[in-house]
Design a protein around this ligand. Structure first.
Ligand SMILES: CC(C)(COP(=O)(O)OP(=O)(O)OC[C@H]1O[C@@H](n2cnc3c(N)ncnc32)[C@H](O)[C@@H]1OP(=O)(O)O)[C@@H](O)C(=O)NCCC(=O)NCCS
Length: 200
């Protein structure tokens, strides 16, 4: 069973997922692999109640050891072609968040997820990082589609996706139970043909 699951995620050998996870640059950011030294900052930033409040996978309170386990799991995910998770860092080196693609090679598409530490909100960092991730996905990785979902009570995430040119494709009503409340989940996506690779 494990073998079947693993095979499903291995990218076909002709897909150009680089054997080493690259560093992706933007004018203000470096998107780079996480290192064990990032764990304390991940726990501090992702441990903020307001960051956890609109995500599916970040618990609050954020337990000791989770950041280390999260970072340890990433190289294997990348090597198996299951996903690519990048630390979002300022050019001075400060870690400010995380952004990922979860691959479904059998459909040539990927799901994008992200968070940014609260001190860095509303300065365009997530949009800048996500635009670079779409360039990576639609460029060298030759994805056909990237999708992302957000809770309807998280308009900042909806705005990020709209700025990227993503379309709203649906809404799953009361789909997530978060902090004791059912929340609508908004579904968004963008096709390769809709993403202008030449634009920076
Ligand atoms: C969603 C999140 C990643 C956005 O990061 P960010 O770096 O602040 O994003 P950007 O600055 O690129 O864009 C945010 C946009 O949302 C807008 N915005 C912020 N709060 C808003 C609100 N309450 N209502 C409407 N728009 C809002 C900002 O004005 C900005 O749009 P603008 O550039 O047109 O002014 C960040 O808020 C976060 O990490 N939240 C917690 C984790 C999370 O929700 N992750 C996503 C799960 S789907």
């Amino acid at each position: 069973m494990n073998q079947v699951t693993r095979e499903r995620y291995l990218p076909p050998s002709d897909l150009p997922l680089p054997s080493l996870q690259p560093v992706l640059s933007t004018p203000r950011l470096a998107l780079r692999p996480f290192t064990p030294d990032d764990a304390a900052e991940v726990q501090r930033l992702a441990g903020d109640r307001d960051v956890a409040a609109t995500t599916r996978l970040i618990p609050h309170p954020y337990p000791d050891g989770l950041a280390e386990a999260f970072i340890r799991s990433l190289p294997e995910q990348y090597e198996h072609g299951k996903g690519a998770t990048f630390a979002i860092a300022l050019t001075d080196g400060a870690l400010i968040g995380a952004i990922s693609l979860a691959f479904h090679w059998e459909d040539q598409h990927a799901e994008m997820g992200y968070w940014v530490g609260k001190p860095y909100w509303n300065r365009g960092f997530c949009t800048e990082a996500a635009r670079r991730i779409l360039e990576f996905g639609f460029g060298p990785l030759k994805l056909s589609r990237v999708f992302a979902n957000y809770l309807a009570n998280n308009p900042a995430s909806g705005r990020v996706l709209a700025k990227l040119g993503m379309r709203q494709e649906g809404c799953l009503r009361q789909h997530r139970l978060k902090n004791g409340r059912f929340e609508d989940l908004v579904l968004c996506g963008i096709l390769a043909a809709e993403f202008p690779l030449a634009r920076k």
